[in-house]
Write a protein that binds this ligand. Structure first.
Ligand code: ADP
Ligand code: MG
Length: 432
């Protein structure tokens, strides 16, 4: 199977100072090296694959075109892909991802553009390919996985009434969520309605850092199944089924628990959030360290639900981009440095993405070609034996004709002899 070594790509998105920061008299403490994907903060200099947002760097709206569009293309070629937004609460993760998209036409953010692009592509390929597109939307909150599309939680609101779902592993080591809702969607609008439904279900609670921010990890997944139809079947030998997934992940705030500074319960949530992100950090460290990787160091995916769900996206079968979101405000400098360090390590991770062919379809394809080959051989064998029979008949005919020939030869000789005897008798008769 085709495979490609892909490092996890890292982009940094720097939002402008927002009103509350301006009102608090904050100033910019982050600068960008013009024309370079490089961020400077104090004496620190960090280089990434892309940097967006501040003067000297491309605008944030370019993220989709430059970072996400290649992943959508890969998705249609059968690769898994993941987009992760990382950063402290209020740094712009939800804004960047567009997780709060409610169907508005002028929406910014990655997810609405992904939807648009997917259905554009489907429209173009529809004559040759059958598509089955499904979505799932989950959140990981206090180390439990919840189905944001479960129709029963829709009315029950977030909270203790929700039943967590279990993470299971397939025989081949793939991760799946037992019983998660996976509605099939046929249009961008339908897909957007599921995103909107899930976003409303997301657990949110206020902290003094961002009154609207969610303290859960949200994962919106688009699964695409493609099957080439009969018309392309003739010309294309690869008439198999491709199944690929795009994970769009809006992580919870990466700030340390003490900064949430809320009541006991909130603090506990903060610690749980940090458990996921702490494990994510450990996974990134284990995968990003070349020496450790070569030594086959243990990667602690199982330490948290978040790292288990993302197991394939980091160090596995996925083309992955992490978008580190940062605030440029001097009041956030410590957290911004932490985010930039974390993102720098993620850049060292190597993934190995492969095209996901449906194993059943691939086996069917192999058996079908084997059958065709055997039918060909059988046909050839059949035609061979018919030829042999024909030769035999011809041989018999030849020997029969040879025999007839001999008899005729004999008869001619006999007739010839008789003629000559007759001539002799005539010539010996006395002449008068
Ligand atoms: P997070 O999800 O990381 O907690 P949000 O996406 O909710 O952060 O953003 C926090 C605030 O900053 C919101 O009010 C949002 O509108 C604003 N914001 C984020 N990114 C940008 C941006 N690129 N341009 C303008 N405002 C932004
Ligand atoms: Mg958010």
């Amino acid at each position: 199977m085709e495979g490609s070594d892909d490092s996890v790509k890292v982009a940094v998105n720097i939002r402008p100072l927002i009103t509350s920061e301006l009102l608090n008299g904050c100033t910019y403490c982050v600068t960008v090296t013009p024309g370079e994907p490089q961020v400077q903060i104090g004496s620190h200099v960090f280089t990434y694959d892309h940097v967006y947002g501040l003067p000297g760097a491309p605008q944030s709206c370019k993220i989709f075109e430059e970072c996400v569009m290649p992943l959508v293309d890969a998705l249609f070629r059968g690769y898994n892909a993941t987009v992760l937004a990382y950063g402290q609460t209020g740094s712009g993760k939800t804004h960047t991802m567009g997780t709060n998209y409610l169907g508005e036409t002028s929406a910014s953010g990655i997810i609405p553009k992904v939807m648009e692009e997917i259905f554009e592509k489907v429209k173009k390929l529809r004559d040759k390919t059958e598509f089955l597109i499904r979505v799932t939307f989950i959140e990981i909150f206090k180390e439990e996985v919840f189905d944001l599309l479960d129709p029963q939680t829709h009315t029950a609101k977030s909270g203790p009434y929700r039943v967590p779902i279990q993470i299971r592993e397939t025989a081949l080591g793939g991760i799946f969520l037992a019983g998660v809702s996976e509605p099939a969607v046929k249009s961008k609008e339908e897909m957007a309605s599921f995103l909107a439904r899930g976003s409303l279900n997301r657990a949110t609670a206020s902290t003094h850092m961002n009154s609207q921010s969610s303290r859960s990890h949200a994962i919106f997944t688009i699964c695409i199944e493609q099957k080439r139809t009969a018309s392309s079947f003739q010309s294309d030998a690869g008439h198999d089924i491709l199944i690929s997934k795009l994970h769009l992940v809006d992580l919870a705030g990466s700030e340390r628990a003490k900064r949430t500074g809320a009541d006991g319960l909130r603090l506990k949530e903060g610690i749980h959030i940090n458990k996921g992100l702490l494990s994510l950090g450990n996974v990134i460290n284990a995968l990003g360290d070349e020496k450790k990787r070569k030594e086959g160091a243990f990667v602690p995916y199982r330490d948290s639900k978040l790292t288990r769900v993302l197991q394939d996206s980091l160090g596995g079968n996925s083309k992955t981009i992490m978008i580190a979101c940062i605030s440029p405000a001097d009041s956030n400098a410590d957290e911004t440095i932490n985010t930039l360090k974390y993102a720098k390590r993620a850049r060292n991770i190597k993934n190995k993405a492969i095209i996901n062919r449906d194993p059943v379809a691939a086996e069917k394809k192999r058996l079908r070609s084997q059958l065709e080959q055997m039918q060909g051989e059988l046909h050839f064998a059949h035609s061979g034996s018919a030829l042999l029979k024909e030769i035999q008949i011809l041989q018999e005919k030849v020997s029969l004709l040879e025999l007839k020939n001999e008899v005729l030869h004999h008869q001619i000789n006999e007739a010839d002899r008789k003629c000559r005897e007759k001539d002799l008798l005539i010539s010996k008769k006395p002449q008068f």
